[in-house]
Design a protein around this ligand. Structure first.
Ligand code: GLN
Length: 485
């Protein structure tokens, strides 16, 4: 049951092989069994989940079910969900019960999906290891001494350990793709603007994008069908015709031109990662694709550019957490300013504070031109590199992350080492392009390796096709961590 695809589950629900209440209860029992070791979920509410499951069963009985009706989906704790504790991994929001639904949540609700629970994450989505969460680190189900990646680490661990049918994540610099790679699952960050950010707690608004995480490309397509679409409440949501992202899954790959950026295949990538990625490319050639060498010369600047722009936006977005209207308020203070200062000093963790300070600095008078404006200019050049590259290829491939999952605590004291985890993913966010990660083998220590697939703007259906064809020919995506099934 826990290995079935979303389409198989939907068919079982329709055929009354199982009810949504039974399925939801099976997952809740499984979570009770495995979550204590993994810490993937931060909030569970079985009454709410089962009430949704009963409504889904009624809908199934009436015959007006959608592809996701009755299917238990986990939600990253960055999405506001009405009546649910929504913490964003922070003490600052330890008591925040959302009065409204994020667009993504209401899309799943209208489809009749079940909210199975809220998944752990790095505080305010800042991190690559899920060690900055106020609720403790998440463990990688393949080896609980290792990190699951971040910031959507709870989601990635939950999917890998079969503690949900599929789940949501968000990706500002790699937070869907990198944890997907480290946990051996599939994840897709759509083109910026395809999924509404309404009700998704903002980190760096010009980069944040929500997307699906699941066990295979076909599941991601069904999830994205529900998540995508115009929403007037997000001014950067794009007004486009509704698409079926599963429409091209079965197309053969003959003639596909895969671009390999020479900068991604240089020093820095672990040799075990390189081996798995090379083997995946060989498989693609067997499937009829050709490879071309391309260059993204400015991508080497993506980390410094991102660590100017993302903190700048974060420093502004996080100014709303002041202890006044909601969230954490310091218990003792002398006056209003003292209340702000103490609430923020006590409510935010150290990585969040570091970013607020950097962001405030680069936006300040005298430094704005030297840092923020420069970074914006280089961001444009990075995006332009992709426009050039796509003149020579249809899709770009490379590693998702330079290494497999590292040990808990290994990079905690060295922010720069941690930031380098996203060296291959960040340029995609800066350009606003869609990117995904799919499992393509195992590296040293038997930890999963992710293959990154980068599409041109709005090319999600093709990326899913490219991923699906590979998954028909290989079985990396169906491997499960030992002792879990
Ligand atoms: N790891 C990156 C960071 O720490 C990206 C996080 C994300 O994509 N939310 O900012």
């Amino acid at each position: 049951m826990f290995n079935k695809s979303l389409r198989q589950l939907a068919a079982d629900l329709r055929a009354k092989q199982i009810s949504s209440v039974e399925l939801t209860q099976l997952y809740l029992d499984r979570i009770a069994q495995h979550n204590p070791a993994l810490n993937a979920y931060v909030t569970l509410d079985s009454d709410k989940s089962l009430a949704q499951a009963r409504a889904a069963d009624a809908r199934l009985a009436k015959g007006d079910a959608t592809e996701l009706t009755g299917i238990p989906i986990a939600q990253k704790d960055i999405f506001c969900a009405q009546g649910w504790l929504t913490t964003c991994g922070s003490k600052m929001l330890h008591n925040f019960i959302s009065p409204y639904d994020a667009h993504v949540i209401s899309q799943f609700n209208s489809a009749g999906a079940i909210n199975l629970g809220k998944t752990n994450m790095d505080e305010f989505a800042m991190g690559s290891s899920n060690e900055t969460s106020h609720y403790g680190s998440v463990k990688n189900p393949w080896d609980t001494a290792r990190v699951p990646g971040g910031s959507s680490g709870g989601t990635a661990a939950a999917v890998a350990a079969r503690l949900c049918a599929a789940a949501t994540g968000t990706d500002t610099g790699g937070s869907i793709r990198q944890p997907a790679a480290l946990c051996g699952i599939s994840g897709l960050k759509p083109t910026y603007g395809v999924v509404s950010r309404y009700g998704m707690i903002a980190f760096a608004s010009s980069l944040d994008q929500a997307g699906p995480m699941g066990r295979n490309a076909e599941d991601l397509a069904l999830m994205l069908n529900t998540m995508a679409g115009f929403d007037e409440r997000d001014s950067t949501s794009l007004q486009r015709d509704k698409e079926d992202y599963a429409r091209d899954l079965d197309k053969p790959l003959h003639g596909l031109r895969i671009g390999l950026p020479k900068e991604f295949f240089a020093a820095g990538m672990g040799s075990d990662v390189a081996k798995a990625v090379e083997a995946a490319l060989a498989e693609y050639k067997k499937l009829g694709a050709t490879v071309v060498d391309i260059s993204l010369p400015n991508s080497r600047l993506s980390i410094p550019v991102y660590y100017v722009l993302a903190p700048a936006e974060a420093s502004s977005n996080l100014s709303r957490f002041d202890g006044v209207r909601y969230g954490y308020r310091a218990p003792d203070y002398s006056d209003l300013n003292d209340m702000y200062e103490k609430s923020r000093a006590q409510g935010f963790g150290s990585e969040v504070k570091r970013r607020i300070m950097i962001g405030t600095y680069v936006l300040s008078h005298g430094y704005y031109d030297a840092y923020y404006l420069q970074a914006q200019k280089i961001r444009r050049l990075i995006a332009q590199d992709f426009v050039e590259a796509y003149k020579h290829c249809d899709i770009i491939m490379g590693p998702t992350s330079p290494s497999t999952a590292f040990k808990l605590g290994e990079k905690g004291d060295d922010p720069v080492q941690m930031y380098l985890s996203d060296i291959y993913t960040i340029a995609v966010n800066l350009a606003g392009l869609p990117g995904m990660s799919i499992p393509c083998g195992f590296g040293d220590n038997n930890m999963p390796v992710g293959l990154q697939i980068i599409g041109n703007y709005f090319d999600e259906a093709r990326m899913l096709n490219v991923a699906h064809q590979y998954q028909l020919a290989t079985d990396w995506h169906s491997r499960a961590p030992q002792g879990i099934l």
